[in-house]
Design a protein around this ligand. Structure first.
Ligand SMILES: [Zn+2]
Length: 171
C-alpha cells in the first residue's frame, strides 16, 4: 500500500504537524468534527481502549506514517467492501495499534461505522469515507501518543476490556 498521507488540519494553518515532513500531500485527511470525539469520550465501552506498551513500541519503531499506511490498507480491505469478510469480527482485539484505535473509535466493523459515523452498511465505502475513517484513526493515535501514562496498566487494560467484552454488547 503506497498511499502517502498528510495530517495537516486544514482548519488550522498555523500548526504544522510534527510529523509533517514525513508526509507528502498525495491526499489530505479530512477534519474530524469535535462532536465525534465528544461522543466517543462519553462511551464507556469506547473510552476504555488505550494503546498498550507493545502498541506504543510498535508505533515508535514504525512511525505514525507507516502505521497509518497499514490503517489505510486495513480500511480498504476489511471495511470498504459492501459486505466485508467476517464483518463484525474482522478487527482483532489486539496485535496492532490500529486495531486498538478502531475499537476505540467505532471504526472496527461496518455496524460500528454506521452507528458512530453514519456510513450505511451494504454499500462500498467511497475514497472520501475511507479517508475520513483514516483521519479518525490518525487523530486517536495522535491523542494517545500525547498521553503516555495511559499505557502503564497494559495488563489491567486488557483484562478489563476482555471482561467487559463478555458482559456488554458493543453496539
Ligand atoms: Zn465494530
Amino acid at each position: 500500500m503506497g498511499a502517502r498521507l498528510i495530517l495537516a488540519n486544514k482548519s488550522d494553518n498555523s500548526s504544522i504537524p510534527t510529523q509533517g515532513n514525513l508526509f507528502l500531500p498525495e491526499f489530505d485527511l479530512p477534519v474530524v468534527p469535535a462532536d465525534v470525539w465528544d461522543k466517543l469520550a462519553r462511551s464507556e465501552f469506547r473510552r476504555q481502549f488505550h494503546l498498550t506498551k507493545v502498541d506504543r513500541a510498535y508505533l515508535q519503531e514504525k512511525s505514525l506514517p507507516i502505521v497509518l499506511e497499514h490503517a489505510a490498507d486495513f480500511i480498504a480491505k476489511r471495511l470498504a467492501p459492501s459486505h466485508p469478510v467476517k464483518d463484525g469480527r474482522q478487527t482483532p482485539w489486539k496485535g496492532h495499534p490500529v486495531f486498538t484505535a478502531q475499537h476505540a473509535t467505532g471504526t472496527c466493523c461496518r455496524s460500528c461505522v454506521e452507528k458512530w459515523h453514519h456510513f450505511v452498511k451494504g454499500v462500498p465505502l467511497t475514497q472520501q469515507q475511507q479517508a475520513y475513517i483514516l483521519a479518525v484513526i490518525a487523530g486517536w493515535l495522535e491523542r494517545e501518543e500525547q498521553h503516555p501514562e495511559q499505557a502503564e496498566d497494559e495488563g489491567q487494560d486488557i483484562q478489563r476490556y476482555f471482561a467487559q467484552r463478555k458482559q456488554k454488547t458493543r453496539k
